[in-house]
Ligand binder design. Structure first.
Ligand SMILES: [Zn+2]
Length: 231
């Protein structure tokens, strides 16, 4: 399963590279990444932590839906602290910038690769609805304990946090884990030309503003992530 992905797979327009895992928890990933995740999950369980995948493989259509909801103001846009922004006061260009702080360009999401998993602690109160915002991870936050465990253990299972620190691209997403042995290969297969081709052919909102910005988005968002410590 460590073969190169094809262009449909890289951009989430096919799911031939992922397996649907059902037990003991439901998610989709490339086989090797999924098995590494389950091994990590079993180790965490011994320490009383229930590592639950809330988002794993995401296809192009799902990423497109997220984008279009956000561009049209049907889903909130957040600042770096997780505080909702005032959609009505933003120009379309600013809306695009705000979406890109937290969400990937459709076709350019690492979640399309089958190597990325967003996690929460399922041992948190059952009625708690995860938001994936910084306040959950911060000191005193509901997932603080989970993240202390992840800090100490993810590297042993091949995972790293591509959005650990803000460096002008994505805001920090410490819950977003990437399986390095596979994802460090896929990143080399993504290109601005491929993304342009995919965006041109899709009903993405803001397309006219987006197309000329793709080389910059590729550089400042897609290539601009925190490298795996050993890579
Ligand atoms: Zn994520």
């Amino acid at each position: 399963m460590s073969a190169m992905l094809n262009e449909l797979e890289i951009t989430g327009r096919a799911r031939t590279h992922v397996l649907q895992f059902h037990e003991p928890t439901r998610f989709a990933a490339q086989q090797e990444a999924g098995e590494a995740f389950l091994a990590m999950r079993a180790a965490a369980a011994k320490d009383g932590i229930n590592v639950v995948p809330v988002s794993s493989f995401r296809d192009f259509q799902t990423q497109l839906r997220i984008w279009n909801y956000k561009f049209s103001g049907q889903r909130p846009l957040y600042d770096i602290h997780g505080v909702a922004r005032d959609f009505g006061s933003l120009t379309p260009e600013q809306v695009i910038d705000c979406i890109l702080n937290w969400s990937a360009l459709p076709g350019g999401s690492r979640h399309q690769w089958g190597t990325e998993i967003d996690v929460v602690d399922g041992a948190a109160p059952a009625l708690y609805e995860p938001m994936l915002l910084p306040q959950e991870v911060a000191s005193g936050g509901i997932y603080e304990r989970l993240h202390k465990w992840l800090d100490a253990n993810i590297a042993k299972f091949g995972f790293f946090r591509p959005y650990e620190h803000y460096q002008g691209g994505m805001y920090p997403e410490p819950w977003h884990l990437s399986y390095a042995p596979l994802s460090t290969k896929v990143i080399g297969q993504v290109s601005a030309d491929l993304l342009t081709e995919v965006i041109e052919a899709s009903p993405v909102l803001g397309k006219d503003l987006l197309l000329p910005r793709i080389p910059e988005i590729f550089r400042n968002h897609i290539l601009n992530f925190n490298r795996a410590p050993s890579a």
